[in-house]
Design a protein around this ligand. Structure first.
Ligand SMILES: Cc1cc2nc3c(=O)[nH]c(=O)nc-3n(C[C@H](O)[C@H](O)[C@H](O)COP(=O)(O)OP(=O)(O)OC[C@H]3O[C@@H](n4cnc5c(N)ncnc54)[C@H](O)[C@@H]3O)c2cc1C
Length: 502
């Protein structure tokens, strides 16, 4: 007999939204997390009075209206909420040929900013971004649940026929298809590329229009809002809500195997040898970790092998977690920056640099008179594997980390002169750090298409070909980002609740 209705492997935001949604519906839920705290890529760590976000700092989904505010909704479902601090500029771009663009929270102000850089494309700019709003408005008019649940699909079609048909039209499209309809200027098209790349890690031609509709519009609607106390608060509050709703979480519980009986998933085995059984098993690990590690290669379904022929692992990141003296930041500095000096290098390792300074919104995350700067840039595990892994200061890996950090800091000096001299703390994470602490193969940020695919059509939903086994998180529809994995969590819990007849 199964002890639990559902076991969730992993407490990333995708896993926790699934768990809390199910617990709120009365299911008996167990979450097994390999690390010491919840959150995965949305976790945190503390050093010398600084509280650093592990990854995400630009948070969507905390709006107060519509249906796309999935983090607000996920917390509310278990009686929780978080104080958030609005961010008035999503990103300040520092791009080649002196192109400086601020994406203001106010849509009209953003259009004015970008039009000032490309006045001859005024009409094309408005038509492109307005088309993204169409997608967003369709999404934001209906409950976002499981597209694998036929009764929900019929209900949505009857209640919101225009939205459903509209979304069906955009589902196979990529941003590049739409941008090229309206825009000719090659530099502006490159700007649209980096607008996509900074969250999809692929250019516009390969970025699904559904995701762009969300990001390019919600930043001006619900807006980007930072959780007071740091991003780690989201997972902490979800766990609080889960436990209040009767769910359970165990930390330092690394699942090594999903147990199958007659080809159905029935339980899990932990590294310490313990086993747990449930009616439904959900993996919040990446697809590469789920199929091939938790499910042994001989049991991997053929459709998963085909999926890996279409999608590959995106690079990981080299992350610099810095504590700096406050005077390093010029007055009026924005929280999020992107730096790229050469368009040709946008997708290269150490090409684009992403920067978040969350203490500009929540000063309590650093000692008085100091700020946190998290700078990260794409990087591959393979580049580090040859280097000696010892922890000695003189190992080849330590020297390579120091040299990589110096390169990033030197480039950032252009935006923040005096950064190097103002450093109070520095910790460098490599792809192996991401792999070790997040349990993600090669430390990958998530799946990216190997070639141009028809929008989101090929991204898998939550059910798998193994009965009783579901996946949730950024290896499922609609992909990476906290609000996106929350969407995946809502959909996963919805499908399981129907399967369990809750
Ligand atoms: C550097 C960086 C910056 C980012 N910036 C942003 C941003 O600004 N905004 C944004 O929205 N998104 C951002 N993202 C992306 C976002 O953080 C992720 O898409 C999202 O958090 C992934 O959530 P998830 O639930 O899919 O999985 P994860 O966060 O990967 O969580 C999976 C969990 O499962 C656990 N686990 C894995 N295997 C096992 C096992 N075998 N047994 C038990 N537990 C296991 C892991 O320990 C982890 O806790 C960023 C990501 C990174 C890395």
């Amino acid at each position: 007999m199964s002890e639990f209705d559902a076991i969730i492997i992993g407490s990333g935001i995708g896993g926790l939204v699934t768990a809390t949604q199910l617990a709120a519906k009365g299911a008996k839920v167990l979450v097994l997390e390999r690390y010491l705290i919840p959150g995965g890529s949305a976790g945190y760590f503390e050093r010398q009075g600084y509280r650093f976000d592990v990854g995400a700092s630009m948070i969507f989904g905390f709006g107060q209206q519509g249906t796309t505010n999935l983090l607000t909704r996920a917390l509310a479902a278990v009686g929780e909420n978080i104080e958030t601090i609005p961010d008035n500029v999503q990103i300040h771009y520092h791009l080649p040929n002196g192109l400086e663009v601020k994406v203001e929270r106010d849509y009209q102000e953003f259009l004015q900013n970008i039009t000032a850089c490309f006045p001859h494309e005024q009409q094309g700019i408005r038509r492109f971004y307005d088309e993204c709003w169409k997608v967003f408005n369709y999404l934001n008019s209906m409950d976002l649940l499981s597209l694998e649940e036929p009764r929900y699909l019929v209900r949505s079609l009857l209640q919101h026929p225009l939205s459903c048909l509209g979304l069906a039209r955009y589902l196979p499209l990529n941003v590049g298809d739409i941008a090229r309809k309206y825009i000719q200027d090659s530099d502006l098209l490159k700007f649209i590329d980096i607008e996509c790349y900074c969250w999809s890690v692929v250019p516009a031609a390969m970025t699904p229009m559904i995701n762009a509709g969300m990001v390019f519009s919600d930043r001006h609607y619900g807006g980007v809002n930072y959780p007071k106390g740091g991003v780690g608060q989201i997972a902490q509050k979800l766990v609080q809500g889960l436990e209040k709703a009767g769910g359970k979480i165990i930390y330092q519980a690394r699942v090594t195997k999903i147990l199958l009986e007659k080809d159905c998933a029935v339980g899990v085995k932990l590294a310490n040898g313990e086993t747990y059984h449930a009616k439904k098993i959900v993996s919040n690990a990446t697809r590469w970790d789920t199929f091939g590690k938790l499910i042994s290669p001989k049991d991997v379904p053929i459709n998963e092998i085909k999926w890996q022929e279409r999608y590959k692992k995106s690079p990981s990141f080299l992350s610099l977690h810095m504590g700096v003296k406050a005077e390093v930041l010029p007055i009026g500095t924005e929280c999020h920056h992107i730096l790229l000096e050469d368009w040709e290098k946008m997708m290269d390792g150490e090409g684009t640099i992403f920067v978040s300074i969350p203490t500009l919104l929540d000063p309590d995350l650093a000692p008085a008179g100091h700020h946190i700067i998290h700078a990260f840039t794409p990087n591959w595990l393979a580049d580090w594997q040859e280097l000696s892994p010892t922890n000695s200061d003189n190992s080849s890996k330590s020297r390579a980390k120091e040299a990589a950090a110096e390169r990033v800091i030197k480039r950032l000096e252009k935006i923040f002169p005096g950064l190097d001299a103002g450093l109070d703390f520095l910790e460098v994470g490599t792809p192996s750090t991401h792999r070790k602490y997040l349990g993600r193969e090669d430390g990958t940020y998530g799946p990216i298409p190997r070639r141009k695919l028809p929008g989101l059509l090929r991204m898998p939903f939550n059910r798998t070909a193994i009965p009783g086994l579901y996946c949730v998180g950024d290896s499922t529809f609609p992909g990476q980002g906290l609000n996106a994995v929350a969407f995946s969590g809502f959909a996963c819990a919805h499908r399981i609740a129907v399967d369990l007849r809750l």
